[in-house]
Design a protein around this ligand. Structure first.
Ligand code: NAD
Length: 347
């Protein structure tokens, strides 16, 4: 682990195996300086344990940065479960995973991520209380964080437009949205209500049809949407979409969307900066969901206090934009630096 290219001062990495259910899981805890390491659990068919470890190390560090920048008293952690045809995800495996999480005694708090559902987390919760994002908690009706994420992205887009285009309103502007899932579709609702001209793309045709009818949105091909002429491009589907090939083709001056890990490599943040594109760092603008889920887990929050916290996302983004202008450095680099500083201060 210490020699792994993705190792970055992680506090703990724990492996678990359960012969009866085929569970093979890794929990990486990057930092508990600000609080217990919180981050979802990914069920995925990895090519090797090395790849699974890379994901756990990389994603747990990302959660440390995200939680710190969201102002939450939480550290960063992530779990990966290696599944395959011989060891598929089963209720018994989820229970075994719950026992594993419980054995860490609250140093790691899990939640749903790729390959896991709210229903899965309810099974995990029968074996441990260190799980968040559950339905029917005090301030949420269904445990679904997507509308909260969409609200944060919408407010972030407004902040970016104010900063880059010096406009207080979105009315009449064009926003291109890639991906109309839980977050993307909700985002379109908020933007359409503000009089934004929408351009959308999704690999699911039914959902683009729906957006076209509901919001009078123009539909683009999924492989073209990022390169449309638009005031803002909002990626809400895949990661690793901005690289040396795609950045020169952009026809926007603002990128502000929900997708995780939008930059293929750290250098791509510098490429966007050099191209004059204002990039809202993904883990800062998409924190609405973790704010909601995290606060529900920690307790003591109300629907109003959670909304108020989400309204601080644009304030944080504007601070990053201003620092970027003042120092001529990429927003992605500055966000990482600010996150590392918050963690170091807590330590
Ligand atoms: P989702 O799975 O509900 O939606 C993703 C959508 O993207 C789907 O409609 C899918 O068909 C579409 N899609 C897939 N490949 C595509 C392609 N090549 N081109 C166009 N569309 C494509 O996911 P979501 O919950 O809406 O999350 C969207 C992104 O935001 C993800 O990257 C996710 O990690 C990130 N994110 C989500 C949340 C949240 O609260 N849900 C929070 C933070 C970050």
């Amino acid at each position: 682990m210490f020699d792994h290219p993705s190792f970055d001062q992680h506090e703990r990495v724990v492996y678990a195996h359960d012969a009866a259910t085929g569970l093979r899981a890794i929990v990486a805890i990057h930092s508990t300086a600000r609080g217990p390491g919180a981050g979802g659990c990914r069920f995925w068919q990895y090519n090797s344990t090395h790849d699974a470890l890379a994901d756990a190390l990389r994603l747990s560090r990302g959660m440390s940065y995200k939680n710190a920048m969201a102002g939450l008293p939480l550290g960063g952690g992530k779990a990966v479960v290696m599944i395959d045809a011989r060891s598929p995800k089963t209720p018994a495996m989820l229970e075994a995973f719950g026992r594993f999480v419980d054995s860490l005694q609250g140093q790691y708090i899990t939640a749903e991520d790729v390959g896991a559902s709210v229903a899965d987390m309810e099974i995990v919760a029968t074996r441990t209380r260190y799980v968040s994002g559950l339905p029917r908690t005090a301030v949420s009706s269904d445990g679904n964080p997507s509308p909260k994420t969409a609200l944060g992205v919408y407010l972030g887009i407004k902040a970016a437009v104010k900063y880059k285009l010096n406009k207080n309103e979105l009315r009449g502007l064009t926003v291109a949205v890639q991906g109309l899932g839980g977050v993307g579709f909700e985002l379109c609702k908020l933007l359409a209500a503000d009089g934004v001209r929408l351009r959308v793309a999704d690999v699911r045709e039914a959902v683009t049809q729906k957006a076209s009818h509901q919001f009078d949105a123009a539909v683009s091909a999924p492989d073209q949407i990022l390169f449309e002429r638009a005031d803002v491009v909002a990626p809400c589907a895949l990661g690793a979409i901005f690289d040396a090939n795609t950045i020169p083709k952009l026809q926007t001056s603002i990128i502000a969307g929900a997708a995780n890990n939008q930059l293929a490599t750290a250098e791509d943040g510098a490429r966007l900066h050099a191209a004059g594109v204002l990039y809202a760092p993904d883990y800062v603008i998409n924190a609405g969901g973790i704010i909601s889920v995290g606060r529900e887990y920690l307790g003591g929050a109300t629907a109003e206090s959670i909304t108020a916290e989400i309204h601080r996302i644009p304030v944080r983004l504007t601070e990053i934009f201003e620092r970027s202008s003042a120092t001529h450095r990429p927003t992605s680099e500055l966000a990482d630096e600010m996150a590392r500083q918050l963690i170091a201060e807590a330590r």
